[in-house]
Design a binder for this molecule. Sequence first.
Ligand code: ADP
Length: 404
Amino acid sequence: MRFRPKNVLIGLALAGSGIAISALAGANLLAIILALFAGAAAALLIVQPDQPEEEIAAADGAVPAPPSIEAGPILDAIEDPLLLVRERRVVLANAAARAVLGEHIGGADVRLAIRHPAAAERLADLGEEGGKGRIELLGLGGNERRWEMAVTRLPDRSRLVRLTDRSQMHAAEQMRTDFIANASHELRTPLATVLGFLETLLDDPDAPEGARNRFLKIMLDEATRMRQIVNDLISLSRIEAERYTLPDEPVDLIPMLREVEDTLENVVRAQMSEVRVEQLAGTAMVPGDRAQLHQLFSNLVANALKYGREGHPVTIRLEEAGAMLKVSVVDEGEGIAPEHLPRLTERFYRVDAGRSRSVGGTGLGLAIVKHIIGRHRGRLDIKSMLGKGTEVQVFLPRWRDAES
Ligand code: ADP
């Protein structure tokens, strides 16, 4: 299809509104399609007045005639699948539509092109409404994919069908729902224990002192666990809220790693292990958020101690790695099976939930680590061998003098 711009046309198609239709009636088809295409926030198209080109040139002096525009490449550049349908025939399909629905949909009945019962029902309607509006299609082009189909009637009575991929938005929505369900579940379990023991104590005010103390100790442990979960949830949401603010404080990692070692002294002693800090880097300055970096390394060293083997050392190694500094936290514990590695940074994901809870884990430590590293524009690598141990590597951009 060749498109020669003839009309003055400023089409402002606000997302989802379709307000441009009447303003554009009578304009060129491609112009209408582009103006109706309400993808991001707005589409703006300006072409020449409806006047012979020679007259324009004469009136304006030496203004050359506008070049003709090839429609195909423009429509193909649109990332959403787009179909132009006359009666029930597909007369135009852009590259994205062909990729999702098949190369041979040009000329086909639209109900065969978009093989989905809800879409077929809508598009079968040739009446005044012509299946106008938006509906959701599940499973088109893959089981898990979700599309929104929008049908718009054009002035020449053909219809423009646009599919917008909503799969990612739906997956994000699902993650949010799962997160709330998981967080509620994690809090409900210790809360039920606390309430159960409180009721027992109230029902039996004369319980022997030994039993009373045991119950009180359990309640204290469970309440402490709830506090830890709430603190971790607050940390996560704070880090997420700051994710677009680049940390810019100069932080020296050498004293910081020593501080982390000191903070965890009690755990180290309980585990009868030791933390060795190996500094191979000359300088270890990074642009960072001091409190968050402290939390990052505390979480990793605490994990190495929790899941390491009693009496075996935990090593923190600091090295230069080009433009980055690399901090490795190495333990000699049981290690992690490969199938778990990709999921470890998901909120509340644990390899062994019972073990994690028994060592005071919340299942949020590595999610916090991932978000802090993301905010610092760094990288996280977890390597592990069953029976041998785990090495967690953190790469952080080095401080450059230009930053001072
Ligand atoms: P948790 O609070 O349960 O420790 P994390 O988010 O810190 O939660 O870690 C997620 C899971 O990853 C843990 O429950 C544990 O199964 C596993 N994990 C983390 N670090 C190690 C490690 N150094 N060795 C073995 N398993 C680990």
